[in-house]
Design a protein around this ligand. Structure first.
Ligand code: UDP
Ligand code: MG
Length: 320
C-alpha cells in the first residue's frame, strides 16, 4: 500500500474456473456474501468485486458466469479463448484487474482454501503489506501420498535454490503495485508462486485449514501435478545444469588418473597387447565428453537467464 492517506481499498477476488458448473453457484454466493460483508464493515470500498475467469470450460461454466454478472453488480467475468491451464487463467485474471483494483485475492473455485481468512488478508493489506500469502496449517484432508510428495517437493525446491513459501499454493492477496511488477515477468512457463517472492515488497502470511473439494473433481490429476512440479524446478533453477558441469569435471579428473595408470601399466607392469589402446581412449574421450556437455550447460544456464529477461531490480521507494 503506497498511499500514506488511508482509504478503503478496492478489492478484487479472482477465481479461475475450469468445468466448475457444480461448484460455481455455491462459490458465487459465498464470495459475494463475503465481499458484501467486508463492504458493510468498511474494510473494502463498495465497488469491490468478484471476477470469475473461465478457462475454456466445456460445460456451462461461462453461461453461469454471464448469468451471475447480470444478476449481481459485484460479479465480473473473463472468458479465455481456450483452456490455458490454472496458471494461465490466474495470470489472465490478475493482469486484467491490475489497474482496476487496489488489491487482488486469488482463490480456487472449489473453495478448498478457507475464505474466512480473506478478511485477515485485507487487514494485513491495510496494515501496509503488499503480499499476503495464504498458508495451510496442516494437510489433514490430503492423502498420505499427496502430503509426502508435496513436502518432498518443497524440500527439493529449497535445495535447488528456489524460494517458495512452504504450504502456500495460489491463495494470496497482492497489491496493485506488485501486479504491475508481475507484468515485467514475461516468462511463458508459468509458476506464479515462485515469482512473487522474487518480486519482493513487504509480505506476510495468514494461516488456514485446507478443506476437501465440496463438489466436482480435482482438475489436477497426478500427471498434471508432476508436470507442474517439474515446471517449477526447470523454470527457476539452473542447478541441474551446474550438476552436469560438476560431474563432468569429476569424470574428467578420474579419466586423467586412469589414463596415467594405463600408461604406467603399459610401460612398467606389462599388459595384454591392445589393453592400453582400448582403455585409454575410453576414459579420456568419455571424460572430455561430459566435461564439454558441462561447459555447454554453463552457457545454456546463462542463455536461460537472459531469455527470461526478468527484472534485475524492483524499486520500492525513492526519496527526493
Ligand atoms: N483450473 C483452471 N484450469 C485448468 C485446471 C484447473 O482454471 O486447466 C482451476 C480450477 O477450476 C480450480 C483451480 O484451478 O478453480 C484448482 O483446481 P483443482 O481444485 O481441481 O486442483 P486441486 O485443488 O485438486 O489441486
Ligand atoms: Mg481444489
Amino acid at each position: 500500500m503506497a498511499d500514506s492517506v488511508q482509504k478503503t481499498p478496492r478489492l478484487a477476488i479472482v477465481v479461475p474456473c475450469y468445468n466448475e458448473e457444480e461448484v460455481l453457484p455455491v462459490t458465487k454466493d459465498t464470495l459475494t456474501n463475503l465481499v458484501s460483508d467486508l463492504i458493510k464493515k468498511k474494510k473494502v470500498s463498495d465497488d469491490s468485486f468478484v471476477a470469475f475467469v473461465d478457462d475454456g470450460s466445456r460445460d456451462i461454466t461461462w453461461k453461469l458466469i454471464e448469468q451471475f454478472s447480470k444478476e449481481n453488480a459485484l460479479i465480473k467475468g473473463v472468458k479465455l479463448s481456450r483452456n490455458f491451464g490454472h496458471q494461465g487463467a490466474l495470470l489472465a485474471g490478475l493482469n486484467t484487474f491490475t489497474n482496476s483494483a487496489d488489491c487482488v485475492v486469488s482463490i480456487d473455485a472449489d473453495l478448498q482454501d478457507d475464505v474466512k481468512v480473506i478478511e485477515d488478508m485485507v487487514d494485513k493489506y491495510n496494515e501496509g503489506f503488499d503480499i499476503v500469502y495464504g498458508v495451510r496449517n496442516q494437510r489433514k484432508t490430503d492423502t498420505f501420498f499427496k502430503r509426502t510428495t508435496a513436502l518432498g517437493f518443497y524440500k527439493l525446491m529449497k535445495w535447488l535454490g528456489v524460494e517458495i513459501i512452504y504450504n502456500h499454493a495460489d491463495y494470496r492477496l497482492t497489491s496493485s503495485r506488485v501486479l504491475q511488477q508481475l507484468n515485467n515477468y514475461n516468462e511463458v512457463n508459468l509458476f506464479l508462486r515462485g515469482i512473487f517472492p522474487l518480486i519482493g515488497y513487504p509480505s506476510t502470511q495468514v494461516y488456514y485449514d485446507r478443506l476437501e473439494r465440496f463438489a466436482g473433481e480435482s482438475k489436477y490429476p497426478l500427471k498434471k501435478m508432476l508436470a507442474f512440479a517439474f515446471d517449477g524446478i526447470s523454470s527457476f533453477s539452473v542447478k541441474p545444469l551446474r550438476m552436469v558441469s560438476i560431474i563432468g569435471f569429476l569424470v574428467f579428473f578420474v579419466s586423467v588418473i586412469m589414463a596415467i595408470y594405463s600408461l604406467i601399466s603399459y610401460f612398467y607392469l606389462g599388459t595384454v597387447p591392445g589393453w592400453t589402446s582400448i582403455t585409454l581412449p575410453i576414459y579420456f574421450i568419455s571424460g572430455i565428453q561430459i566435461l564439454c556437455i558441462g561447459i555447454i550447460g554453463e552457457y545454456l544456464g546463462k542463455v536461460y537467464k537472459e531469455v527470461k529477461a526478468r527484472p534485475r531490480f524492483v524499486i520500492e521507494t525513492v526519496l527526493q
